[in-house]
Design a protein around this ligand. Structure first.
Ligand SMILES: C[S@@+](CC[C@H](N)C(=O)[O-])C[C@H]1O[C@@H](n2cnc3c(N)ncnc32)[C@H](O)[C@@H]1O
Length: 251
């Protein structure tokens, strides 16, 4: 399947806030209630931080932070510290996490661009979940280099693959998107969800479009291995775990 850099609504600061909130909630709903993707990612990240002796997990491109929330609440994360940030930070949610877990979570409320190097420290594990496809193909190697020099370890979680099966499954996101007002009925924001998922259902369509773009932008194992070897001078051995509809790359 050809790599096509389709426009992505999520990650565009011009997208109105209520739409972005609904989009992020749809990902959370899909990856927690429909499939256990975030829970598996959280377990894998905590396990790797422990195995590699890293003390801090920095979630880049964290959206509104559902993965960090899961990790923080996991008893195996005892003693680990967490940082949560995004290009378009969800300030309220990050601050709420920081308040609830003082000393354990650091909320960065200014914009953090993961494509730029930043000194996170050798004890940091950088985490990118459902976000690498925001980087166009030609810029991805540079982002791999930036992340590699910025911390002791990097993990990238991808909730899709570049396969026909994944393409079909990803387009089914429209159904959980339509179910969002019911799925998240206990959370504040029901009127917003009813408006943008039911009455004027632009967000389910945006989610479908982003999912399509997400699949078409994924890399094969060979592309990942070559880019990581090139950008780290062969100093970090990549580990790649593939599922039918997900991928994890760590180095
Ligand atoms: C599909 S959302 C996934 C959010 C979250 N990781 C999750 O799994 O729920 C992708 C996120 O990547 C962020 N993003 C895109 N490009 C970025 C960049 N260059 N630096 C930091 N974050 C970025 C977007 O703002 C968006 O929140």
């Amino acid at each position: 399947m050809k790599t096509v850099n389709l426009y992505q609504f999520n990650g565009d600061p011009r997208v109105p806030r209520p739409w972005r909130q609904c989009l992020l909630e749809i990902y959370e709903f899909c990856n927690t209630a429909v499939r256990p993707f975030y829970r598996e990612a959280a377990e894998a990240a905590i396990g790797r931080a422990r195995d590699k002796g890293l003390d801090t997990i920095v979630e880049l491109g964290a959206g509104h932070g559902p993965l960090t929330r899961l990790m923080v609440e996991d008893p195996r994360a005892e003693g680990l510290r967490f940082v949560v940030c995004d290009l378009i930070p969800a300030v309220d949610q990050y601050q709420e996490l920081e308040r609830r877990y003082p000393g354990k979570v650091t909320a960065i409320t200014e914009s953090v661009d993961f494509s730029r190097p930043r000194e996170w420290g050798r004890g940091a594990l950088l985490l990118l979940c459902a976000a690498i496809h925001h980087v166009p193909d030609e810029a991805r190697s540079e982002v791999i280099r930036a992340m590699s020099v910025s911390a002791g370890g990097v993990m990238v979680f991808v909730p899709v693959r570049k396969t026909w099966l994944s393409l079909v499954l990803s387009l089914l996101i429209v159904f959980p998107a339509l179910a969002l007002p019911i799925g998240f009925i206990k959370r504040p924001g029901t009127l917003r969800r009813i408006l943008w998922c039911w009455l004027l259902p632009v967000v389910p369509l945006m989610a479908g479009w982003d999912a399509l773009g997400g699949v078409l932008r994924q890399w094969s194992d060979v592309q990942w291995r070559c880019a990581i070897a090139e950008q780290t001078g062969g100093n970090r051995k990549p580990e790649i775990n593939n599922g039918l509809n997900q991928q994890m790359i760590a180095w």
